[in-house]
Design a protein around this ligand. Structure first.
Ligand code: NAP
Ligand code: GDP
Length: 364
């Protein structure tokens, strides 16, 4: 039987705590919550990374956005942060998110991504005996491993293929366990890859967008990539943070897949992105000798570098978000083509601004 959850207090602005606010999703979620009247406490280790200009449109932002330095690997800091902020909603987005880094340092990845979640959950049940706080855990489609030709939903078995996915799997189970054992309103969003102009360039989409933008401003260099044929169900981060929020507005907690329901290869992303600047890519050669050539100029735009191949890669992801559609009314709204366009355009603007600033600095 589902636990009886306490009623929410609507007589004051809701208070949210976002861990990982300096990350891609943290920024979008902060914007979403501020626009809905929340007081937002943001936590990360390196708060200087937060692009504050994103929030300049909120007139009372200095009062409603409060930042806290805190490391998820330090239990005392986590405990103190929760006691100081007493949030209605906790969005745990902080994580060591790089898959290659997780192979290099699996123990640290687990400390942040799995034990860090335990630290939050343990603090919540001690600090909030009435179970008023609601908890969102940023779980990942990486927990599924390969799609192997079928779509992945809440019923799909987990088969993590890297230490990052293993750590996220542990955190997923901890969230379910605290929900069942302590009656916590704790939900997992099993999110498929979502991107934006704020994605770090260590991810392939942003790496491609930046490289294409560089060609557009006359600074193009051959782009080195790994496996061009892996496929991802890629959505836009702005759509996905809306889904996180919807999960915590439900009377009962639950676990939900968020995905677009279509996937594309890295090769597709390259082709769409170059098309945005009027260049057609044709492919020559095979394996590590394959190259992407500009159909008009013959320039080499893309080459393969084996160092970007992974010891164990997820070849295909494809999500089925029908539960979220049915129960949350959530669907992804930004198409793949719109996502690629926005990312390339944003990097063109960044390069142009940089070049203009360099021109001003050198007095040209
Ligand atoms: P991101 O851009 O890499 O941001 C990660 C955040 O975690 C940063 O704010 C970082 O802050 C913080 N962080 C890292 N280690 C920390 C630590 N030890 N203590 C405190 N904060 C720490 O990630 P994202 O793309 O926004 O993703 C948000 C969450 O969703 C992550 O948990 C990720 O695993 C999950 N997820 C993402 C996707 C996706 O496609 N984006 C898909 C599924 C799940 P610093 O400034 O201190 O480094
Ligand atoms: P992930 O799905 O979280 O691992 O997101 P990434 O953007 O890092 O990788 C998506 C896919 O792109 C993976 O299958 C990678 O193997 C593939 N890929 C191909 N070339 C590259 C590259 O140069 N960098 C990255 N990060 N991934 C690449």
């Amino acid at each position: 039987m589902s636990p009886v959850l306490p009623l929410r207090d609507f007589s004051r602005p809701p208070v949210a705590l976002i861990t990982g606010i300096t990350g891609q999703d943290g920024g979008y979620l902060a914007e979403w919550l501020l626009s809905r009247g929340y007081i937002v406490h943001g936590m990360a280790r390196d708060l200087s990374r937060l692009p504050r200009e994103r929030f300049s449109g909120f007139p009372d932002v200095n009062r409603r956005l409060v930042l806290h330095g805190c490391d998820l690997t330090v239990g005392d800091q986590v405990d103190r942060l929760l006691r100081e902020t007493m949030p209605d909603e906790i969005y745990n987005l902080a994580a060591q998110t790089h898959i290659q880094t997780s192979f290099d340092d699996p123990a640290y990845t687990t400390d942040v991504n799995a034990t860090g979640v335990m630290r939050i959950l343990d603090a919540v049940i001690r600090i909030d005996p009435d179970r008023r706080m609601r908890f969102y855990q940023a779980s990942s489609s990486e927990m599924f491993g390969d799609a192997r030709g079928s779509v992945q939903n809440e019923e799909t078995l987990f088969h993590p293929l890297n230490p990052y996915a293993v750590s996220k799997h542990a955190a997923f189970e901890a969230t379910v366990n605290f929900r069942e054992a302590y009656g916590l309103h704790a939900s997992n969003g099993i999110l498929f890859n979502h991107e934006s102009p704020y994605r770090p360039a260590s991810f392939v989409t942003r790496k491609i967008a930046r490289a294409v933008a560089a060609w557009h401003v006359g600074k193009g260099e051959c782009l080195s990539l790994g496996n061009l044929d892996t496929r991802r169900d890629w959505g836009h981060a702005a759509d996905y943070v809306r889904g996180m929020w919807l999960m915590l507005q439900q009377p009962q907690p639950g676990d939900y897949v968020l995905a677009t329901g279509e996937n594309h290869s890295v090769r597709d992303f390259v082709e769409y992105a170059f098309r945005e600047i009027g260049r057609e890519v044709i492919w020559r050669g095979s394996g590590v000798d394959e190259e992407g050539i500009d159909a008009r100029t013959g320039e080499t735009l893309v080459a393969i570098d084996p160092k970007f191949f992974r010891p164990k890669d997820v070849r295909v992801t494809l999500g089925d978000a029908s539960k979220a559609r049915r129960l949350l009314g959530w669907t992804a709204q930004v198409s793949f083509a719109e996502l690629v366009r926005e990312m390339v355009e944003a990097d063109i603007v960044r390069f142009e601004t940089e070049l203009a600033n360099q021109g001003i600095a050198s007095g040209e």
